[in-house]
Design a protein. Sequence first.
Length: 242
Amino acid sequence: MQAIILAAGLSKRLRPLTDNSPKCLLNIGNKNLLHRTVLNVLDNGIHDFIIVTGYKEDMIKNYINENFSQINVEFITNSDYANNNNSYSLWMTKQFVREDVILLDSDILFDKLIIGDLMNSSYENCLAVNVTDNLDEEQIKIITDDKYRILHIGKQVNIVKSIGESIGIEKFSLYFMKELFAILDRKILQENIVNEFYEVSFQEMIDKKKDGNSMYAIDVSKYDCLEIDTIEDYDKAQKICI
C-alpha cells in the first residue's frame, strides 16, 4: 500500500503563521503536522510515500530527507499551486500510483488508529468520517444509506441529512484510483477544470454506480481529529493531546 500526502497549498487563512512556512510544517506541541502524519502512516506499516508539494516545497523536501531517510518517497511538484486545488494535486500522482492507497490531506491532526480502522475495514474504498450533527457550510459533508454506503459528498450537501464530516483521510483500491484518474484526466485535460476539490470527482464516481466505485463511511468520531484551516483551528489543536 502507498500513502499519498497532498501538501501543495498556500494556506492563506493561516497567515501570518504560513508567511514563512508551509502549513504542514507548523508545530502542534513538539511535532509539526507533517512529522505526525508520516509517523502515523509508518506505524500502520506503510513505507511508500507520494508527497505533492508546491508552496515553499524545499522546506518540506528537506524536512522529510533529514528526518525520514528510511522511507521510500516520491516528491511531485505542483508548480501552479496558487491557481489550482487538491484535485489537481491528486491528478499529478497518476503515474506513481501502482497499488492501493491511503490518501491524506497534510493539514490534519489525527490519531494513528484512524488509518488502522480504514486498513482493517472490509470495504475496498472508504472514508474516515467524524459522525456528528455539529456541522457547517465549509465542511465536506456526507450522506449515506443505512449501510453507510456514501450517496452524496461535498460542501453543498444538505446539513440536516448529513451524518457527519469527511476528515480528509481515505482508503482506495488501485481499480478505484484508475477510474478516478480517468475522470480527472477529462476534467483537467479536456475541460480545464483545475480549481476544484477532489470530492467533486468522488461524487462522479459514486453517481456512475459501477462495481468497484462504491465508497463507505467509517465512523472515527471516537478519535481525536482536527483539520487545521484557521488560526482558531491552530490554537484549538494545541490543546489536543495526540
